[in-house]
Design a protein around this ligand. Structure first.
Ligand code: UDP
Length: 470
């Protein structure tokens, strides 16, 4: 039998998971490792740059598996994700078991290692049954992951579930390393579910499942989260911190290759007209507004954000996905002052080339939902942020942005025009120097860790070495 390393990577089928895991796949292939990247059929069809990926990474095999949902099911935004999870657990799981058994028994280059996204722990279980090496990958920050590990204690101490009429500003005990820092409102959003809520139970189960002997890969870097990583370390045989992965990819495979893969890891085609618009804007003047691939908002919230942006007087570039607005409350009329303010200073796109936008010299602020990829991309570009967290890890990420790294502001649990306007003015004017000062320091650490002597660069080498020891 051929015992060359062959890694099977299984991402959870959502944008924020596919991009970092595909970055890892490309990095492994760049080192000569064979990788099968298993997308769902739905996402495989949407992944851009398929041809270019195969050309640049000849050892990358892009395969697909059914997610069990009908073709016309949208799969996202966020309120459709539970249906996706449920379909994966009932229909994809047995298909995956069969596929893995086939791939591991092939005489030519059988699968020797499975890297599975955190909430797909069934892949780890099946791999172990077949005697295949396993590694877990979590797309969250170390801080968020550590809070998931502490969920049983938080429940025991009565902090979870967090209910609407609880004192949300009450400080939370029960998470070592975060004492005095975290309030109930900063806990991951699943903590606002009832104890028997399906997602809360799933996260508790999947988090505990990760510690059963598999090492862990995290898209973070040592100098960013050292103290929290020290709490996670005893739970795993090994933790490979190799983030920010999008930056490590640039550092390892080079800008020229990445440029030919212009929308690497994207499930949507970016509208590049915004780059020309940015070229016409003054240096560091523009607020880039993007709430990722899954966030939804009501029309009322849209109007508050929009008024706040226009009233701030700053130019803005806003990614407004067609599927992000829900409900019809307030009608469809757009007030004259918004129409005029937008014509003068605003630009909307359906999807932007985000990394390029953040790197553009005209961009001075990032109004984000605080998804982990967006935070890391903002840090690398050195662009200070306003966070409007909505679900998942956003709440804890935004707390870290404002109170630990001090690289932005937290606009949690509010959405009114005067707050938006005030936050933008604070970020772009009043506290700009102070926030930029902290951001410059953190951005430098991010660049250093992916350079040749950096921790993430070194940890990737170690990971590749370990994968090669079949
Ligand atoms: N993104 C993009 N263009 C956009 C909006 C988002 O390329 O217009 C990318 C962004 O660069 C990031 C990912 O989509 O890599 C979003 O991931 P994140 O974890 O920030 O949020 P999620 O979509 O998972 O909520």
């Amino acid at each position: 039998m051929d015992h060359q390393p062959h890694v099977l990577i299984l991402p959870f089928p959502a944008q924020g998971h596919i991009k970092p895991l595909l970055s890892l796949a490309a990095l492994l292939c760049h080192a000569g490792v064979h990788v099968t990247f298993l997308n769902t059929e739905h996402n495989h069809r949407r992944l851009t740059d398929l041809q270019a990926l195969s050309t640049h990474f000849p050892t990358l095999h892009l395969e697909s598996i059914s997610d069990g949902l009908p073709t016309d099911h949208p799969r996202s935004p966020i309120h459709r994700i539970p249906e996706l999870i449920s379909s994966i657990m009932s229909l994809t799981k047995p298909l995956f078991r069969q596929l893995l058994a086939d791939l591991s028994s092939k005489s030519e280059r059988p699968v020797t290692c499975v890297i599975a996204d955190g909430i797909m722990s069934f892949a780890i279980d099946f791999a172990k049954e077949l005697g295949i090496r396993t590694i877990s990958f979590r797309v969250f920050s170390a801080a968020c992951l550590w809070s998931f590990f502490c969920l049983p204690k938080l429940i025991e101490e009565g902090h979870v579930p967090v209910r609407a009429n609880d004192d949300l500003d009450c400080t939370v005990t029960g998470i070592p390393g975060m004492e005095g820092l975290l309030r109930r409102r900063d806990l991951p959003s699943i903590c606002r579910q009832e104890l028997d809520g399906p997602t809360l139970q799933l996260f508790i189960k999947e988090t505990q499942a990760m510690t059963q002997g598999s090492p862990l890969i995290l898209n973070t870097f040592d100098n960013l989260e050292a103290s929290i990583l020290s709490h996670l370390a005893p739970l795993f045989s090994k933790i490979y911190t190799i983030g920010p992965l999008h930056a490590l990819l640039r550092s390892r495979i080079g800008e020229d290759v990445l440029q030919s893969l212009s929308s690497f890891g994207n499930l949507r085609e970016a509208d590049r007209s915004c780059m020309t618009w940015l070229d016409s804007q003054p240096l560091r003047s523009v607020v880039y507004v993007s709430f990722g691939s899954l966030v939804i908002m009501t029309r009322g919230q849209l109007m508050e954000l929009w008024h706040g942006l226009v009233n701030s007087g700053k130019p803005f570039l806003w990614v407004k996905r067609h599927d992000s607005i829900v409900g019809v409350e307030g009608g469809s009329t757009i007030p004259m002052e918004l129409q005029e303010g937008t014509k003068e200073r605003g630009f909307f796109v359906e999807w932007a080339p985000q990394e390029e936008v953040l790197a553009h010299p005209a961009v001075g602020g990032f109004f984000t939902h605080a998804g982990w990829n967006s935070i890391l991309e903002g840090i690398l570009a050195g662009v200070p942020m306003i966070c409007w967290p909505q679900f998942g890890d956003h709440q804890i990420n935004s707390k870290w942005v404002s109170d630990v790294w001090m690289i932005g502001l937290d606009m949690k649990d509010t959405c009114d025009r005067s707050t938006v306007e005030r936050m933008i003015k604070t970020l772009m004017e009043d506290r700009r120097e102070e926030i930029i000062g902290s951001m410059d320091g953190i951005a430098k650490l991010a660049h250093d860790c992916v350079s040749q002597c950096g921790s993430s660069y070194h940890n990737l080498d170690k990971l590749i070495e370990d994968i090669r020891q079949v």
